[in-house]
Design a protein around this ligand. Structure first.
Ligand code: IPE
Ligand code: IPE
Ligand code: MG
Length: 240
């Protein structure tokens, strides 16, 4: 802890968790919890803009989430598609640039959803108020394995000297090299784990685990996490 408040984080990354528990506690199907998470997400987007955060990454579907019941997976795919259609003009008007990271080429992702992702990215490409990154069909190990494969391919093709491969080389081969590392990672719902999210990028991120279930999360919850972050001392391996 320190008396000086550090600046607002440039990049906040959120593991949206607790939708299922929120619904179950109300006697509703788990999918109702996902639907209730949408207004929470959009309130947090407004909050991020108000706070002056430049990058907001949200983990909405992991490479492991395919193992959920087929009806829940189908709901989530349709939900993400509908959400883009319903919300993309609003995001565009807010000046939000939408970017997806993850395995969108996976054959389990429908062509229609892939199309909506590409359309939304194109529509919002020149916006600069907030970069909103959806980690969708995202898994950090998959991302790092893919980067490693491309580095190996380039080395085999003689485009890159294996002896020169370093951390910057790996970072440059991740999904979105221009994305700064997250300063703050938030996981809602009280679970305290990372679940294959931004493992490389979060090497020195501050972590917070608010108890709030995602559908109850809002811009004030975000502001509270940012406040806690601003009071923390980051050392990056030094002595402070
Ligand atoms: C997070 O909520 C949303 C996704 C993973 C898509 P969960 O669905 O994991 O909710 P809990 O953890 O079961 O409560
Ligand atoms: C992580 O949450 C994935 C997303 C929020 C999209 P999960 O709820 O799937 O993670 P575990 O299974 O509890 O670790
Ligand atoms: Mg969960």
């Amino acid at each position: 802890m320190t008396d000086d408040l550090r600046p607002v984080p440039r990049h906040v990354a959120i593991i949206l968790d607790g939708n299922g528990r929120w619904a179950t506690a109300r006697g509703l199907p788990r999918t109702a919890g996902h639907a209730a998470g949408e207004p929470a997400l959009f309130d947090v987007v407004h909050g991020a803009i108000e706070l002056g955060i430049e990058w907001l990454t949200v983990y909405v579907f992991s490479t492991e989430n395919w193992s959920r019941p087929a009806e829940e997976v189908a709901f989530l795919m349709q939900f993400n598609e509908d959400l883009l259609l319903r919300r993309r003009d609003e995001l565009n008007e807010l000046g939000v640039r939408v970017i997806f990271i993850g395995e969108r080429q996976d054959p389990r992702v429908s062509d229609r959803l892939r199309g909506h992702i590409a359309d939304t990215e194109a529509l919002t490409a020149s916006n600069r108020t907030l970069n909103l990154v959806f980690a969708f069909n995202y898994g950090s190990r998959r991302e790092i394995a893919g980067a490693t494969r491309r580095i190996a391919e380039r080395a085999a093709a003689g485009e890159l000297d294996p002896a020169a491969v370093d951390a910057d080389t790996v970072a440059a081969h991740l999904y979105l090299p221009e994305m700064p590392d997250p300063d703050l990672v938030i996981r809602s719902s009280g679970e305290q784990r990372i679940s294959n999210f931004l493992l490389w990028q979060s090497a020195y991120a501050e972590l917070t685990f608010p108890e709030t279930l995602w559908p109850d999360f809002d811009r004030r919850s975000l502001a509270a996490c940012v406040e806690e972050y601003r009071r923390r001392e980051r050392r990056f391996g030094g002595v402070g």
